[in-house]
Design a protein around this ligand. Structure first.
Ligand code: NAD
Length: 524
């Protein structure tokens, strides 16, 4: 790490030339071939692999992140992502046959090509700086795009090492790093991109979306939310407590998909609080201070924001509460609150605060979840299968996990994204490729079909219209009351059971009847 130049912002006057370079590089079409894409991805793989110690060290500086978490959610994550993409890229790049095409139109070979969107801008966030910046970059390279990445200035050591890796591993004509904060990002947003991929808070998300709208640039927005966890009276309280607690110890709760608050049925509240205490003792036997496994808060601004939230609560602190500005330590803090209007629930904490809101039943929990934030990024429900299904059926969220917290988001190949104001678009696994790919519909009309197609040319006549209707009109299978009409044949074939034997017997009878009918017709 020490050999690298210090973190410094890219001079503003260079930003438009960086943009122009990746745009002109895209227009040379060299990023489109599979050989080029694989070469870049493989080179990035080794670039990351060779810098594993520096990558780990940078996260320690920026977030106090343990080597274990650094590997699990950042370094190993990116390495596996590259290998998964490399293995599947050829398959993903292939043209797809188009679905739902009438027989006659198949002659035009309708298909979906996978075209790269072009030159893209990727703006990363600080909490998982590699995964959230290099992850989208892997998708962009796989899709055949050129790209500029703008790592978060709030994790400057991580930003430095990423710049080093990109400069050492990737084609500098096609992949560039711009370092900086608001002025540099604003200058980047002044340029015309073919896509902007942003991860961070919703306030900036709106700035990005507005700016992109001026040039009709597509965006993927990976934002946050006030994610609920619901613990029903039938939940396994020990399991629920361990699982929700872990998501707030992980990266000191600076995780967009960690639950922002936990609603617990009053019937199991004492048991749940007890189990939280037991789990806390097990996971942090000597407490949070000086705990090598436990990250600190990214910077003083975020630490102060969390402290203000905690100081504003009307709830009762059950565990934790200690925070140290010098070391940016913030203990995992469990607070029992009495209302969804509490400061700890009204805002996204994005830190190790664990407000517990007692509820009387599942209906109250669902109603509250929908009132607090109708479209959060994640939702977690602990209960019976029927209860979990009810929660899913009566809420919305970007993703959801039943009987665990944030597990859906820890699967590297499962599409990840928000809904409504928690984000738009998704990535990871094949979705990363799709996120930077245009599905281009293509057909090809053979010359010999000219006679068949002549019906489309003017002068339009009643005869041509009639022929056109015969050729293309579909017939409704419902009447004016919306009731589905069944043909005699359908009734015959659907009589009796649905098992394989019943269906087989029906078909045998049907085919025999046709055969008898045909024989009778011939003998006459
Ligand atoms: P951050 O401070 O790292 O900012 C994110 C990016 O926005 C940075 O690159 C920063 O330079 C840029 N930025 C800041 N102000 C800007 C402006 N005015 N104009 C243009 N760009 C600007 O991270 P953050 O936003 O504090 O991250 C925390 C939030 O992000 C939380 O709400 C969290 O839930 C969300 N988040 C979401 C995901 C996800 O994948 N959905 C992941 C991480 C964080």
């Amino acid at each position: 790490m020490n050999d690298l130049p210090p973190f410094s912002h890219t001079p503003a006057e260079e930003i438009s030339s960086v943009h122009d370079r990746v745009v002109s590089s895209f227009l040379k079409h060299k990023t489109r071939t599979i050989e080029y894409r694989l070469k870049q991805l493989r080179s990035l793989y080794w670039g990351i692999k060779d810098e594993e110690p520096a990558l780990t060290e940078a996260l320690k500086f920026d977030l106090g992140k343990s080597a274990y978490e650094a590997y699990l959610s950042e370094i190993g994550w990116c390495l596996n992502d590259i290998l998964f993409v490399c293995t599947n890229l050829e398959k993903w790049m292939k043209d797809e046959s188009a679905p739902d095409i009438p027989l006659t139109n198949l002659l035009m070979r309708p298909r979906i090509r996978k075209d790269p969107l072009g030159a893209v801008l990727i703006i990363g966030a600080y909490n998982f700086p590699y995964q959230l910046t290099l992850g989208p970059l892997i998708g962009a390279i796989a899709a055949g795009c050129t790209a500029v990445i703008k790592p978060s200035e709030n994790a400057p050591h991580a930003a430095r090492i990423m710049q080093h890796i990109v400069e050492q591993s990737l084609d500098p004509e096609a992949y560039r790093v711009v370092q900086g904060a608001i002025p540099e990002t604003t200058a980047l947003l002044e340029q015309k991109w073919d896509k902007i991929f942003y991860t961070g808070n919703a306030t900036v998300g709106k700035i990005i979306a507005k700016k992109a709208a001026e040039t009709l640039t597509p965006v993927t927005l990976e934002l946050g939310g006030r994610n609920p966890a619901i613990v029903s009276k039938n939940a396994d309280t020990k399991l629920a407590a361990r699982r929700v607690l872990w998501t707030k110890l992980f990266n000191a709760g600076q995780v967009c998909v960690s639950q922002n608050y936990v609603m617990v049925d009053r019937e199991v509240l004492p048991a749940f609080l007890h189990e939280l205490g037991v789990a806390l003792k097990e996971f942090q036997p000597k407490g949070a201070k000086d705990n090598e496994d436990y990250s600190h808060i990214i910077n003083e601004r975020q630490w102060s924001r969390l402290k203000t939230m905690l100081d504003s609560t009307n709830g009762k602190i059950i565990y934790g509460g200690h925070a140290d500005k010098e070391t940016l330590l913030f203990e995992p803090t469990v607070v029992q609150v009495e209302s969804a209007d509490d400061a700890l629930i009204k805002e996204e904490s994005f830190g190790p605060l664990i407000p517990i809101l007692p509820v009387s039943n599942l209906e109250e929990a669902i109603r509250t979840a929908n009132e607090v934030h109708a479209t959060p990024l994640g939702l977690y429900t602990f209960g019976t299968n029927a209860e979990n299904a009810k929660v899913l059926a009566e809420t919305r969220s970007g993703g959801a996990t039943m009987n665990d917290a944030m597990f859906h988001a820890s699967m590297p190949t499962l599409a990840f994204g928000g809904v409504g104001d928690s984000g738009q678009g998704a990535y990871r696994g094949k979705s990363s490729f799709d996120s930077f790919t245009h599905r281009r519909s293509v057909t090809q009309t053979p010359g010999w079909m000219e006679g068949m197609l002549a019906v489309r040319y003017p002068p339009y006549t009643a005869g041509k219209l009639k022929k056109l209707k015969q050729m293309q009109d579909l017939k409704p299978d419902f009447d004016r009351q919306g009731k589905v009409k069944r043909s005699l044949l359908w009734l015959l074939l659907s009589m009796g059971g649905k098992g394989t034997i019943s269906v087989g017997v029906r078909w045998a009878v049907f085919v025999s009847l046709i055969a008898i009918g045909a024989r009778l017709a011939v003998s006459r």
